[in-house]
Every structure is written in structure tokens, then in C-alpha cells.
Design a protein around this ligand. Structure first.
Ligand SMILES: C[S@@+](CC[C@H](N)C(=O)[O-])C[C@H]1O[C@@H](n2cnc3c(N)ncnc32)[C@H](O)[C@@H]1O
Length: 280
């Protein structure tokens, strides 16, 4: 039996990064490996023919490298937090079929994977929760899920490719509510400026049926713009493509390194890290 992902839904957007992670294993094996993605693609009932065809174009190959880098960057931040909080909650917001939480498992943290109920239903079949792990069906914009997270030993939250589907007001409200509920914890996520978000919307967000792109979350100078939301937020950011690595692997062409500089520089593609002021 295969597990179905419905077309033309926000949930369908999980297909793109999942496929990109599979492609990365072939294109950039020294930089990123996700054998789980390869297995999952075989087990999902979804017509991959268009994604497969597109994945060969140079822009999509670069897109796959972007996906690989953001997973590496976010995993770096999760592992870094776990060094000082080994028993913390590791919370994957809008997890899709991504297993970054597990790949950061230090043997004592608690892993939570959150997404819409239909995605979690598929996840429960394909990636059933293991020891110290829980898959939580929810709408991230309804804070009911907060009480399911045991943050007594700290918490690191990460969202990969998720906030592009949120209105700016929704990200702001979520961040402020998290600051109330999880003082001392950290939230990391990828973001980009308005120009980049418009480009992403044209190519990648079609299935999410986003029309008024202008209202959706985009940020240029994250430390300045996001700290202005609330005095409890300590905000830093690093380049998404080159902020954590120099990309000097033979599998990455000079042209792609140039595009990476354009992405981080002109498109403000970045990994934003928010530390919520308070204890822990
Ligand atoms: C582009 S996918 C990324 C999936 C995963 N993070 C990855 O990197 O493979 C966006 C995910 O966010 C989820 N999502 C978007 N808005 C959400 C919301 N309000 N509540 C819960 N999940 C949401 C979607 O269902 C989808 O799985």
C-alpha cells in the first residue's frame, strides 16, 4: 500500500524538499546524505514525473543544493543547542517527511515533529515515532500544541521551508507567543527578502495557492526587523548558503558558488536564529 499526498494543498509542498533531498544524494553526496528520503519517495502515492523532469534543470539542481544547505545549517544549530541542553526538546515545526530531528538525536533529547493532521497521518505510517519521539498533528497557528512540548530542560525549535506560507502577522504572533511560553529556548528557520519570496512563489509555491505574495513573510535585515517585534527577542542571522560552509566541494561548480553569493547577498537568503530571553 502507498500513502497519498493530496495535490494542490500546502501539504503537497513537502514533496519538493523531500525530492530535493533524494537528488542531493546523487548530486552532492559529500555535502548531504538523506537515505530516508530515497526510501520514502518509493512509498508515497504521488505522481513524481513532473518533479523528476524539472529536477534536471540547472535551476532546480541549485534549488536542491539550497535545500541541502538549509537542512545542514538547521541541524548545526540544533546540535549546537543540545551541547548545552542535552535533554532539551527538539521541535520540527512543519516537519513534512523530514527526519532532521532524528539525525540530531544525542540519545537523551526529546524529538517532536509537528504538521497538519493529514501529513502526520502519512508520517505515522512511514516514519512512526521512535523512542523519545512524538508526531503531533496540529495547525502551528493555533497554540494548542504548546502544552504538548516538554520544555523543562530547554527547547530548540526549527522550521525548514515553512514560514514562506505564513503571513508576516502570523509569524510575528507565533514568535511572541513562543517568547511567552518558552523563555530561554531558541527558534531557527530559513527566510529571504521580498524579491526572493516573490520568485519562490512563482516557481515553488504554486501548489499552496498563494496569491497575495506581498502579505507573506519576508525579511531583509532580520536582526533589526525581528527584534523590533518584541524586546525579549535576541536575533542573529547567517547566510543560508555560505554562512555555515564555504561550499568548496568539487561537486559544486563555480557558477553555483556565484549563485550562492547572490542568494545570500541580494536575496538575503538567511538562517534566522531567535533566542527568547528568560531562564535556561
Ligand atoms: C515546504 S514543506 C517543508 C517540509 C519539511 N520542513 C522539509 O523541509 O521537508 C512545508 C510544510 O509545512 C507544513 N505547514 C505549513 N503551514 C502549516 C501550519 N499552519 N501548521 C502545520 N504545518 C504547516 C506543510 O504541511 C508542509 O509539510
Amino acid at each position: 500500500m502507498k500513502y497519498k499526498i493530496e495535490k494542490n494543498t500546502v501539504q503537497e509542498t513537502l514533496i519538493i524538499p523531500l525530492y530535493a533531498r533524494k537528488v542531493c544524494l546523487e548530486l552532492y553526496p559529500n555535502l548531504y546524505r538523506d537515505e530516508t528520503a530515497v526510501r520514502l519517495i518509493d512509498e508515497i502515492d504521488y505522481d513524481f514525473s513532473e518533479v523528476e523532469k524539472n529536477s534536471r534543470s540547472p535551476m532546480q539542481r541549485f534549488g536542491s543544493l539550497e535545500v541541502a544547505m538549509r537542512q545542514n545549517d538547521l541541524a548545526f544549530e540544533v546540535r549546537d543547542y543540545l551541547k548545552s541542553h542535552p535533554n532539551a526538546a527538539v521541535v520540527n515545526l512543519g516537519c513534512g517527511l523530514d527526519s532532521t530531528g532524528r539525525s540530531c538525536d544525542n540519545g537523551s533529547c526529546k524529538i517532536y515533529n509537528l504538521d497538519f493532521p493529514d501529513v502526520i497521518a502519512v508520517r505515522n505510517e512511514l516514519l512512526p515515532a521512535g523512542e523519545r519521539e512524538e508526531n503531533i498533528p496540529c495547525d502551528l497557528n493555533n497554540t494548542e500544541w504548546f502544552r504538548k512540548i516538554d520544555s523543562s530542560n530547554g527547547a530548540v525549535f526549527f522550521a525548514s521551508g515553512v514560514f514562506y506560507y505564513f503571513l508576516t502577522e502570523q509569524v510575528k504572533a507565533l514568535v511572541q507567543q513562543m517568547a511567552d511560553a518558552f523563555p530561554g529556548s531558541v527558534l531557527v528557520f530559513d527566510a529571504a527578502n521580498r524579491t526572493a519570496v516573490k520568485m519562490i512563489a512563482k516557481t515553488w509555491l504554486k501548489s499552496a495557492k498563494i496569491q497575495d505574495v506581498g502579505a507573506y513573510f519576508a525579511v531583509s535585515d532580520a536582526p533589526q526587523e525581528i527584534s523590533a517585534w518584541d524586546s525579549r527577542l535576541q536575533v542573529t542571522s547567517r547566510g543560508y548558503m555560505l554562512g555555515y560552509t564555504d561550499l568548496k566541494d568539487p561537486s559544486v561548480s563555480g557558477f553555483f558558488r556565484f549563485l550562492a553569493r547572490v542568494g545570500d547577498g541580494m536575496m538575503k537568503m538567511q538562517i534566522v536564529k531567535i533566542r527568547f530571553g528568560g531562564k535556561q
